[in-house]
Design a protein around this ligand. Sequence first.
Ligand code: URA
Length: 188
Amino acid sequence: MDTWEKLKQDCAGCMACSLGQTRRHLVFADGFEGAEVMLVGEGPGEQEDKQGLPFVGPAGKLLDQMLEMIDLDRSKVYIANTVKCRPPGNRDPLAVEQEACRGWLDRQIALVDPKIIVCLGRIAAMELIKEDFRITREHGQWFQVGGRRVIATYHPSALLRDPTKRPEAFMDLREIRKEIRAICAHTY
Ligand code: URA
């Protein structure tokens, strides 16, 4: 049986892809391991790589505000990324890097066992929902994946780059809050 202790031990020092050679810190996760809501981002940026925690840079500040809008905070959700190490220059993670890292994410999902997974952006949605996921068309829609409710919204970095997308993201957040209230009512 898998345990958090075993998973963290196995993941620490991972060299399964070349990102292991350039990272400062492996960014495992943040938040509550017993959460019913899990957020999955893309991969660490510069600040995350420096501090070893996900979403602590400018996108993270916006993410905190987004969580607050729907009565959540980091103590109530679990936050991880599709890749645990920073892609140099913040480029998109390569398929080979995502594949090398997928096992860690799968084990995190299995241990948290969330009812709801929120994909932050296209990369996480393509990994967890479907390969041909189109964020502009399919954000805010629910998918059933492995017995869980999975939805994608815009990545906070995309909302920083293009604030005109914020009203759509806000509608997605309201949809997420509605579903949390419907199926996670006992802890939220
Ligand atoms: N962007 C992500 O996708 N993840 C982080 O942890 C930080 C920025």
